[in-house]
Write a protein that binds this ligand. Structure first.
Ligand code: GLN
Length: 194
């Protein structure tokens, strides 16, 4: 079984760990550089990206994470995790940094305080013909997609909410809370192929 790490500094890492275990992966929580070196792929969960950024730097994980991403480790970021993977954050707070890797700019909390969370069905050909029920919680959107990244899903208004680039995958929404595991399966297939 592939060894899949879930970054466990903050956020909903337990939900991701449960989904991945259910799919047969050997899951470990990653909080230290040596735990990162032991995995074949990594999920960065939802949470609060500015806090995750601070903790990653405080725990000495930010540089090892950047190096691993650069070296081709498969990484899947959901929501705050997508923000961490974005090369640029349009509206980061007080010195907030991302790890980067995805050639995209993201906007945090893009749906405003009026729409804290919502759910919608998305057509995502990359993961199958049935629409995916997507849950957005204070979600970011991908505001611009550079030439190295590929959009996988968009809202009806055209705003991009899932992207892929080589070994990297990012979604604005939270597949770990819906029971539809196709995104995690898609990510495990990437790990197998890496
Ligand atoms: N709004 C959060 C952030 O900026 C993300 C929310 C989430 O991960 N559900 O990090």
């Amino acid at each position: 079984a592939p060894k899949v790490g879930v970054l466990a500094l903050q956020g909903d890492f337990r939900e991701h760990a449960n989904v991945l275990r259910g799919l047969g992966a050997e899951v470990s929580l990653v909080r230290r550089p040596e735990e990162l070196s032991a995995v074949d792929g990594l999920v960065i969960p939802g949470g609060e990206s500015s806090v995750m950024d601070k903790l990653a730097r405080a725990f000495g994980l930010a540089e090892p994470l950047k190096e691993a991403i650069h070296a081709g480790l498969p990484v899947y970021g959901t929501c705050a995790g997508l923000i961490m993977l974005a090369d640029s954050i349009v509206d980061g707070i007080r010195g907030q940094q991302s790890l980067g890797g995805l050639d995209v700019a993201v906007r945090r909390n893009a749906f405003g305080s009026q729409t804290e969370s919502f759910e919608t069905d998305l057509d995502i050909p990359a993961i199958g013909e049935h629409p995916l029920h997507a849950v957005f919680i204070r979600a970011p959107v991908v505001e611009s997609v550079g030439p190295l990244a590929t959009p996988l899903a968009a809202l009806t208004d055209g705003r991009v909410v899932a992207v892929e680039q080589g070994n990297l995958l990012g979604t604005s929404f939270h597949p770990e809370v819906t029971g539809d595991m196709r995104f995690h399966e898609y990510f495990l297939a990437k790990i197998h192929a890496a």
